[in-house]
Design a protein around this ligand. Structure first.
Ligand code: MSP
Length: 509
């Protein structure tokens, strides 16, 4: 029931609804979208889940700061996330909000089940709590007494609480991580978690708060609300409609890939799998931890005034280029540093002068050729180069090497530029040499291949290139993947359509 190699269930973290999305959350979401689209392209059935995390003390306090009721406040922020993701052309299958009544039901049913297994007991929690992380901390986690992520001293909390017996599952989780049944990548992150288990083990976790009102009430004791992380993790079940009328769990569970950054790896590798084991559900196949983004070498923050919003990117570069620039900004899995200067340079080098210029030149040359009554003539000079590129490209994306896939696209663009430079079709056109038909066929057929390679990153660009090549996008995109990447599908009597420049050059800042 739970075996699904041809299915791909991918999740992003659900982002806190305390501020609008920035390029950090956009990075994870665009990456998830590219991987979702790639897997759709190669014929897998994909379910892509994202959403917002809307309960807890941090959000309650933020709403108060704006003089708003928490629900009113999170409604506004969730709408901003949805709007930003729609603008960025994110093809999610579900956008989950933790204040949705369906999710509240999931949380309550899951906690009741965990309690019935003897995994939730009444106790007392005494310790340090960081509101920024919404996590309990021990002294060892702090640097000079401060939370290293939020640079504030955690507050001391002591209260009656219902506790989750996570410790019960420590051994089995560690075993699964070591056997790669729960894969954690990159390797250094896996090592870090294994060493955490070996040195510190897994202790029971406080799962309810008496003092926090903005949360989901425990069904058996309404004076407590659910700990926000317990609530948040269960979104991955609600997102598939767990136990509801259209439950997709039997079909898609477990997640093939859960993306996040290092800030939330530890909770995902401890509390989350323990909850699943308590619920008798299989663990995710993989947690992939991408790097953290800095802007001009510094953490993004309102006070530094260096926060980059998705709309800032879209305004300057357009949707597709923004997606491409984000994905090319770092080695996937390593930290990255962005700056307007670097983004501008990359945009001009790879998109305006690269792909954009290649498409414009090829279109103009073919039109000149057709005017001279010279026809395209099927040829396969560049076939091998593209066959090989496809193999590397597929392999890179199957192994989550997003930046490598982008470099393969760039490499194919240079191969085409060099091919055109070598054969000088503009001279052949002038003297009406029929050889130009073969050369331009190679170029245009290569562009057809490139248009599909860029699809996960720049879907609108795919449509534009296919339109230029006189192909019906809907029809082409519904083709079986192996057909679509066969060499020679482009017709010799193709009519070339005009499009405006794909990526107009910009003045660098
Ligand atoms: N609500 C929790 C997650 C619950 S999932 C069950 C949370 N939210 S968050 O808004 O803080 O999102 C954290 C995630 O946002 C990171 O793990 C990462 O995916 C993304 N990023 C936020 N800022 C980022 C950067 N500056 N750089 C890269 N990714 C960033 O934690």
């Amino acid at each position: 029931m739970f075996k699904n190699n041809s299915k791909f269930y991918i999740t992003t973290p659900i982002y806190y609804a305390n501020a609008e999305p920035h390029i950090g959350s956009a990075y994870t979401t665009v990456a998830a979208d590219c991987l979702a689209r790639f897997n759709r392209l190669i014929g897998k059935e994909v379910f892509f889940l994202t959403g917002t995390d809307e309960h807890g003390i941090k959000i309650e306090a933020k709403a108060k700061e704006f003089n708003k009721k928490p629900q009113e406040f999170v409604d506004e922020i969730a709408a901003k996330f949805q709007f930003a993701w729609d603008e960025l052309n994110i093809s999610y299958n579900n956008f989950i909000r933790t204040t949705n009544p369906k999710h509240i039901k999931t949380v309550q049913a899951a906690l009741v089940k965990m309690r019935s297994k003897g995994d939730i007991y009444k106790g007392e929690y005494k310790g340090l709590y960081c509101r920024g992380c919404e996590q309990f901390k021990n002294e060892k986690d702090l640097v000079d007494g401060l939370c290293p992520d939020h640079k504030v001293a955690p507050e001391f909390t002591s209260e009656e609480s219902y506790i989750f017996r996570a410790s019960r599952y420590a051994k089995i989780i560690l075993e699964k991580i070591k056997k790669d049944e729960l894969k954690i990548r990159p390797q250094e992150r896996r090592n870090e978690i294994i060493s955490f288990y070996e040195k510190e083990g897994l202790i029971d976790v406080s799962f309810s708060r008496k003092k926090v009102k903005w949360g989901i009430a425990l069904p058996w004791d309404e004076s407590h609300t659910t700990y926000v992380w317990a609530d948040a993790f269960l979104n991955y079940l609600t997102g598939l409609g767990w136990q509801g009328p259209e439950d997709k769990m039997p079909y898609f569970w477990p997640p093939t890939l859960q993306l996040m950054s290092k800030d939330i790896l530890r909770v995902h590798a401890t509390i989350w799998p323990a909850m699943l084991l308590s619920l008798d559900l299989p663990l995710p196949k993989e947690l992939f931890i991408h790097g953290f983004f800095l802007v001009d070498g510094q953490k993004m923050s309102k006070s530094l005034g260096n926060v980059i919003l998705p709309f800032d990117l879209i305004k300057r570069y357009g949707v597709d280029a923004s997606r491409y620039l984000l994905m090319g900004a770092a080695v996937f899995g390593r930290d990255g540093d962005v700056s307007w200067k670097k983004l501008d340079e990359k945009y001009n080098a790879y998109l305006a002068n690269g792909l954009g210029n290649l498409v414009a030149r090829s279109t103009a040359l073919t039109q000149k050729m057709l005017k001279q009554n010279l026809n395209l003539n099927k040829d396969a000079e560049l076939k091998e180069s593209f066959l090989e590129a496809w193999t590397f490209y597929i392999n890179s994306l199957e192994n989550l090497k997003i930046d490598v896939a982008i470099s393969i696209i760039n490499q194919q663009i240079s191969i085409l530029d060099n091919y055109i430079a070598k054969h000088k079709p503009w001279e052949l056109v002038k003297i009406a040499d029929e050889k130009v038909g073969k050369i331009m066929y190679n170029v245009l057929e290569s562009l057809r291949h490139l248009s599909f390679m860029v699809w996960p990153f720049m879907p609108e660009t795919t449509n534009k290139i296919l339109h230029i090549l006189g192909l019906d996008c809907q029809k082409e995109c519904s083709l079986n993947f192996n057909k679509l990447k066969e060499w020679g599908r482009l017709n010799e009597n193709t009519k070339i359509n005009k499009e405006g420049p794909l990526f107009p050059r910009i003045e660098e800042k």
